[in-house]
Design a binder for this molecule. Structure first.
Ligand code: ADP
Ligand code: MG
Length: 399
């Protein structure tokens, strides 16, 4: 069993740099909160945190859907979302008895299918088919860097509409793509429509759209040169694609703007997830500043996979001294080795808390929760429940 205790920040407790604790349960229980977005740089635990929060919210009575992006295979298995079909499915093994109607659905983002659906919903059937068959569309929808980020936001918009329409969910938890840069998903809609709107593309559009006499000599030279370089068929495909897509620009921009506004709404909360490492925390700091600049509501920072503080309170120095004594007295065996390992770990813990202190000094108002690293990865409902407890500040029981 786990018990609730006041928030702890280890040996930093009481220092002025201590960050205010993030109250995850208050966040999950607030009926006004309808969207929680977990963001942060790659590999820090965004998917795990999203799934754990979703499970906890459901078990506290919310009707939750969690949108995951590229979950690890075993986690997808235990959530029952191995099949990539873009549909939220009920998760088995969730204890919602007595919660008064809590439920958990999960889905995994299918980037290409989401894009196809947008095209189908925006264009006439013939035009949509022409786009879907175009080789440039196939490339763009399956590999453009930024498409995944954009489609995650697109899917969020759709889920939000479905939630409003059907009442099936009252809380949407969104994982974000494993971007190189944590900010990518905020910039993706702009970048994608910027690309589609760009000068180069406009240039290609001229011969396709305007009457032949409007085609300036300059454009003719460019397209002729392009045709020589990339081949006439490729150029034709590209022009067709751009022309067909042109009619969708308005819709795309509008949807991107709507999602952006949704992210700024007070029903949304962002959680920035970071590892206790300089790069991840630096990235988290950028993110916090960017959210602030874009007036997007930040709920707090989760420092995930922190080194767990061992019981006993033996410091690194004490352990080193003890190990040295043992070695001097001729005992160079297991005990002194273990003491030195303990010293390494304690030094790591001190390093991590210094990094957190630095973050907090620069961002004193950001509420924070430290989640220790479990001894195994998190791939089943029980593991997610345990992470959920840690996120809420419950004291964990050693595995
Ligand atoms: N607190 C934790 N303790 C132990 N393993 C963790 C913890 N958080 C995440 N993991 C593991 O780390 C790996 C990466 O986590 P994941 O949530 O997929 O990261 P991201 O979505 O940010 O790329 C997964 O194998 C996951 O099980
Ligand atoms: Mg992930």
């Amino acid at each position: 069993m786990t018990t609730r205790t006041p928030p702890r920040v280890g040996h930093l407790a009481g220092r002025p740099e201590q960050a205010p604790a993030l109250d995850v349960d208050a966040l999950l229980d607030d009926p006004q909160r309808r969207i929680i977005v977990c963001c942060g740089s790659g590999g820090v635990g965004k998917t795990t945190t999203s799934a754990a929060l979703a499970l906890r919210a459901a078990e506290r009575g919310r009707k939750v859907v969690v949108l995951t992006i590229d979950p690890a295979r075993r986690l997808a298995q235990s959530l029952g979302i191995e099949r990539l079909d873009n549909t939220p499915r009920p998760v088995a093994g969730v204890s919602t008895d007595g919660t008064g109607g809590g439920s958990l659905d999960a889905m995994m983002l299918d980037m290409k299918r989401t894009f196809d659906e947008v095209v189908l919903s925006q264009a006439s059937p013939e035009r949509a088919q022409a786009i879907l068959n175009n080789p440039f569309y196939v490339t763009l929808s399956s590999s453009f860097s930024g498409t995944q980020e954009y489609m995650a936001m697109e899917k969020l918009g759709q889920l939000h509409q479905d939630a409003l329409r059907t009442g099936r969910w009252d809380l949407i938890i969104v994982d974000t793509p494993p971007a190189r840069n944590a900010l990518d998903f905020l910039d993706a809609p702009e970048r994608l429509s910027g690309f589609l709107d760009g000068r180069f593309i406009r240039l290609l559009l001229v011969p396709a759209k305007g009457p032949a006499r409007m085609m300036t000599a300059g454009v003719g030279v460019v397209t002729n040169t392009m045709a020589r370089i990339v081949g006439a068929q490729v150029l034709k495909d590209l022009q067709m694609f751009v022309q067909a897509f042109d009619t969708l620009f308005g819709g795309f921009r509008q949807r991107a703007t709507k999602t952006y506004q949704l992210l700024q709404d007070s029903e949304t909360a962002f959680l920035v997830v970071a590892a206790p490492e300089p790069d991840a925390l630096r990235e988290a700091a950028y993110f916090v500043e960017r959210l602030d600049a874009d007036r997007m509501p930040l709920a707090g920072l989760v420092v995930n996979r922190a080194s767990a503080v061992p019981a006993g309170g033996l410091s690194a120095e004490e352990a080193e001294v003890a190990a040295g004594r043992l070695e001097q007295s001729g005992d160079s065996g297991l005990t002194s080795g273990l003491l030195r390992l303990h010293a390494d770990r304690m030094r790591m813990i001190v390093r991590e808390s210094r990094l957190r202190q630095r973050f907090t000094a620069a961002h004193p108002h950001v509420r924070t929760r430290v989640v220790p690293a479990l001894s195994t990865d998190v791939h089943d409902i029980e593991g997610l429940r345990r992470i959920g407890g840690l996120l809420a500040g419950e004291v964990d029981v050693p595995a």
